[in-house]
Design a binder for this molecule. Sequence first.
Ligand code: GDP
Ligand code: IMO
Ligand code: MG
Length: 428
Amino acid sequence: MPVIAVIGAQWGDEGKGKIVDLLSAKADVIARSQGGANAGHTIYRDNQKIILHLMPSGVLTPGRQCLIGPGVVLDPDIFAKEIVAVTDLGLELQGRLLVDYRTHLVFPTHKLIDQYQEEVRGGSKIGTTSRGIGPAYADKSSRRGVRVGELINPRMRDKVCGELYDYHTHLIEKVYDKELPDRVEFLQQCEAWADMLVPYASDTVASLQVAIEKNKTVILEGAQGVYLDIDLGTYPFVTSSHPGIGGAVLGIGMPFRKIDYVLGVLKAYCTRVGSGPFPTEMDDETAERLRARGAEFGSTTGRPRRCGWLDLPAAKQAAYWNSIDGWAVTKLDVLDGQEALKVGIGYQIRGRVISGVPATQQAWDEVEPVYAGLKTWQNSRDKTTFEALAPTTKDFLSTIEKFTGTPVSVISNGAQQQATIMTRGELI
Ligand code: GDP
Ligand code: IMO
Ligand code: MG
């Protein structure tokens, strides 16, 4: 049975949640390896909209084991709210939702620091989700973070949490000139978080190993997208983790040779939330139409998403970096009835075509897309088979395949699970 990694191939919000929810029907284990509550994965069940920030999307399918690996940064307040929301749907979580002992925590102080850092950046702010992601990963890298295993250990909790609190107090008071809530209250809060987390805390790396050894079907659910990767993305306008296949395997201790299929999720156009380079960004009028049709507003922050044309050079590079075996092309229906349709087919800087994608901030700022105009179509929304799609829709899909050298395996033409066409048979 296969291990499938579902990876966002653009700037996030490609529709990973819908695809993972769909695949979960045939999976045993679904794992998140990176990111935190900056993610917002939207799933429709019986016309009900559910947005998950921390839990793997498989949690909505009864009986599936859901793992939150060491590479995730976990906000205990948001996790607690999600437990209530999912339990209210009538779903049992205990025993099947596990958070790794090694997973780092995001504290309210991380969120304050995130906010202050953005204030200090002023006009050049990143436009973060204010979920404390950067500061939490910074503390992890600086080896002063607090992990679930230490939080739930009564002998270690006060020491590690107290030390982090003292460091944050210093930073917030001295550098940002703001005051922090009381230390005693903070430590009491840490104890409450520990009590909440105890039933879920586990060694998810070991659980996944057992699952793989038993040939279970596993889905690794990526968060964010490849161009938000801290090393390969549009730095500094990125997140602080590795949304690609590297982060997926590392953040849950998964041997990379055991991955059978990497499914890259590619929206039929591009969006990005927050600041930063976006070569194929559209003019306002076209963007507004797509934003309205595609409901392009952030799942986590509600911010309007910037919209742009499909960027094939970026997709091709993402396919290479991540060994993408097949695309899930999502939101095809949003392009129905377009008056004009363009796709980016090249990058140029000062009139010279470049290969790959830019490596520096300056090059990302200067890069200009080369476009190809494609024929439009009226309706893909009602189609249930590949054959039934208009020839112009098929041309659009084959343009993606030819340019990126990667087949389209899944077509998504609506937010609901059933609005999906598998073009090359079932993946699992
Ligand atoms: P994720 O972060 O990658 O999981 O994506 P989000 O959930 O943040 O954003 C994708 C949005 O598009 C959600 O509102 C989905 O319900 C919706 N969606 C997913 N696939 C499709 C599709 O094929 N067509 C339409 N119209 N909406 C879709
Ligand atoms: P999903 O999993 C879209 C963006 C933020 C900001 C940058 C840094 O739903 O695809 P951060 O809070 O991570 O420090 O913000 O990254 N960002 C996302 N954009 N989808 C996401 O997740 C994102 N997670 C972070 O908007 O530009
Ligand atoms: Mg999202």
